[in-house]
Design a binder for this molecule. Structure first.
Ligand code: ADE
Length: 242
């Protein structure tokens, strides 16, 4: 997959050379290009921002450097692109959106700064996306979060037997608790069922724990998924135990 990022802080994206996303780049699963749109400014001081018409606090990113950086990308790689503008007022990012981004050939992220951008930048954009109801100082960290979450759905990025489809949020339930050696750590013991070797009992225990955790922490998620008969029975058990 090709991912291009327009940012005036390109060094921040060095973080994506590490860990799983770094490996994905080495394996050729991700071709990441970070373009500093300050390189496309036309004035002596290389300004990318200016004051808003009509007055008001703060500065806005100007349209021209972003338009010219996009033209540069289109000349270099003329294919179809999904162009994502990072904006706290955008649609909230989630696992479904990450899965849909993962199916694209080329994503472009435009990272804003200051108080916002000239509205005309939006004519270049296919999606306006936020990572949550809080405001960050720029779009770089949201972009990195989205690239990470998206790449997990690209086949081959996670290890051979690992699938992002089995994570929390993909099947709608939060993850059950997990333990590794030793079975007794400073008096804190692993639940007995997990060392019983009974795979069916372990499966049911895990499912029940996932349901319980979701009910306690994110009851809103339970309303969005269709529970099967076994899950409904376990949920009744959980309610009667509470
Ligand atoms: N830029 C600043 N805050 C943001 C947020 N919450 N999501 C996306 N982009 C942003």
């Amino acid at each position: 997959m090709d991912i291009s990022v327009l940012s005036i802080f390109p060094k921040m994206f060095d973080a994506l050379n590490e860990s799983v996303i770094g490996k994905a780049q080495e394996k050729g699963l991700l071709n990441l290009q970070v373009v500093d749109f300050r390189d496309f400014t036309t004035d002596k001081q290389n300004h990318v921002d200016d004051a808003p018409y009509g007055g008001g606090a703060g500065m806005l990113l100007q349209a021209q450097p972003i338009y010219d950086a996009m033209s540069y990308l289109d000349n270099e790689n003329p294919g179809k692109k999904r162009v994502i503008l990072l904006d706290p007022a955008g649609k909230t990012f989630d696992a479904k959106m990450a899965q849909s981004f993962a199916k694209e050939d080329h994503l472009v992220f435009i990272c804003g700064h200051y108080e916002g951008f000239d509205e005309r930048i939006k004519d270049l954009v296919t999606d306006e996306v936020s990572i949550g109801d809080y405001v960050l100082t720029g779009g770089e960290l949201p972009t990195m979060s989205m690239i990470d979450a998206t790449m997990r759905f690209v086949p081959g990025v996670l290890g051979n037997n690992v699938s992002a489809d089995e994570d929390s949020f993909s099947h709608g339930l939060l993850e059950y608790p997990q333990y590794t050696r030793p079975a007794d750590f400073r008096g804190k013991k692993v639940p007995e069922v997990l060392t019983s070797g009974n795979h069916e009992k372990i499966r049911v225990w895990r499912l029940k724990q996932a349901l319980k955790k979701t009910l306690e922490r994110r009851p809103d998620l339970l309303k969005t998924i269709e529970l099967n008969d076994e899950e409904k029975k376990l949920l009744r058990e959980i309610h009667s135990e509470m």
